[in-house]
Design a protein around this ligand. Structure first.
Ligand SMILES: NC(=O)c1ccc[n+]([C@@H]2O[C@H](COP(=O)([O-])OP(=O)(O)OC[C@H]3O[C@@H](n4cnc5c(N)ncnc54)[C@H](OP(=O)(O)O)[C@@H]3O)[C@@H](O)[C@H]2O)c1
Ligand SMILES: Nc1nc(=O)c(N)c(NC[C@H](O)[C@H](O)[C@H](O)COP(=O)(O)O)[nH]1
Length: 229
C-alpha cells in the first residue's frame, strides 16, 4: 500500500486554529494540485476529528472524473474515515452517494451506530480493539483491492501513520500566515517521538501561490512496512 500524506500548514506549523475551525491555508493553485493528487490515488483518508471539524466532501470534480473513468476507475476515489467509536454524523457530506465511503471503527464502536452508518450507505470495517489500528486498517483496505491512499489529516492521524511507519511520501504546503496557539492542531500531534524522529528526504521545493510546497520521501524501516502488500 502506497501512502502519501498531504497537508497545508501555517509558517508556525498549524493545521487550523485552536478552535479547530477550518482555515484556507492553500491558495487556488495549491487546491488544484490537491485535486490532482486525490485523483491519482485509490482513496482519500481522514480522521474523525477532521470530519467533525470540517465536514469535508472529499471528492474530485470535472476533468478529473472523466480522466479516471477513461482509465476504467470509479469517477472519484474511495473515502476512508478513521473513527473508532463510529461518531461520524449520519448527515455528513462524506456519506453522500458521490463516492464509496469506508468507515473504519474499533471493536468498541456501538453496533447501533455502525448499523446507522450502514443504512446511510457506508461500508463499516472493524480494525482494532479500543482504537483503530492503522496497520490493520491499511491491511484490510489492501485486501479490498486498494493500493494507494492519500491522507489529508488531521494531526492525530498523521502522527499515528508515521509512528506505525506506514508513510511513503509527504507533501506539505506552507502558507504565508501565522496562526499561533499552543492548543492549535499541528502537522503531527499524538504523543510525538522522543528518540528516533522520522527521517525525511527532501525531494522538491517550489513556490505555489504565495506559499511554498515541500515534498519528501520518508525513510522507512523494514518491519511494519513489509507486512502490508
Ligand atoms: N490544513 C490541513 O491540511 C488540514 C487537514 C486536515 C485537517 N485539518 C484540521 O485539523 C483538525 C483535525 O485534526 P485532529 O488531529 O483533531 O483530528 P484527526 O486526525 O482528523 O482525527 C483524530 C481522531 O481520529 C480517531 N482515531 C482513531 N484511531 C486513531 C489512531 N490510530 N490514531 C489517531 N487517531 C485515531 C480518534 O478519535 P476516536 O478515538 O474517537 O476514533 C482521534 O481523536 C481540524 O481543525 C481540521 O480543520 C487541517
Ligand atoms: N490542502 C489543504 N489546504 C488547506 O488550506 C486546508 N484547510 C486543507 N484541509 C484539508 C481538510 O481535510 C479539509 O477538510 C478538506 O480539504 C475539505 O475537503 P473538501 O474541499 O470539502 O472536499 N487542505
Amino acid at each position: 500500500m502506497h501512502v502519501v500524506v498531504n497537508a497545508a500548514i501555517s509558517i508556525d506549523g498549524k493545521l487550523s486554529t485552536r478552535r479547530r475551525e477550518q482555515v484556507a491555508i492553500s491558495g487556488e493553485r495549491d487546491f488544484e494540485r490537491v485535486s490532482e493528487l486525490r485523483a491519482n490515488n485509490d482513496a482519500i483518508l481522514v480522521g474523525i476529528g477532521t470530519v467533525l471539524a470540517d465536514d469535508p466532501h472529499l471528492v474530485v470534480e470535472g476533468s478529473y472524473r472523466k480522466r479516471r473513468q477513461d482509465q476504467g476507475l470509479i469517477p472519484t476515489p474511495h473515502r476512508i474515515i478513521i473513527d473508532s467509536r463510529a461518531r461520524t454524523p449520519t448527515d455528513a457530506e462524506v456519506l453522500d452517494d458521490e463516492a464509496p465511503t469506508y468507515i473504519i471503527v474499533s471493536e468498541s464502536a456501538p453496533t447501533s451506530r455502525q448499523a446507522d452508518l450502514e443504512v446511510e450507505g457506508a461500508n463499516v470495517m472493524i480494525a482494532g480493539r479500543d482504537r483503530v489500528s492503522m496497520p490493520a486498517a491499511l491491511s484490510a483496505l489492501a485486501d479490498s483491492g486498494m493500493s494507494s491512499i492519500m491522507v489529508e489529516g488531521g494531526g492525530e492521524i498523521i502522527f499515528s501513520l508515521f509512528e506505525a511507519n506506514l508513510v511513503d511520501e509527504l507533501s506539505v504546503y506552507v502558507g504565508s500566515m501565522l496562526i499561533g496557539g499552543r492548543d492549535a492542531p499541528t502537522l503531527a500531534d499524538g504523543d510525538g517521538f522522543i528518540d528516533d524522529p522520522t527521517q525525511l528526504q527532501l525531494t522538491s521545493v517550489k513556490q505555489i501561490d504565495d506559499g511554498v510546497l515541500l515534498q519528501y520521501d520518508v525513510e522507512t524501516t523494514a518491519s511494519t512496512y513489509d507486512s502490508i502488500d
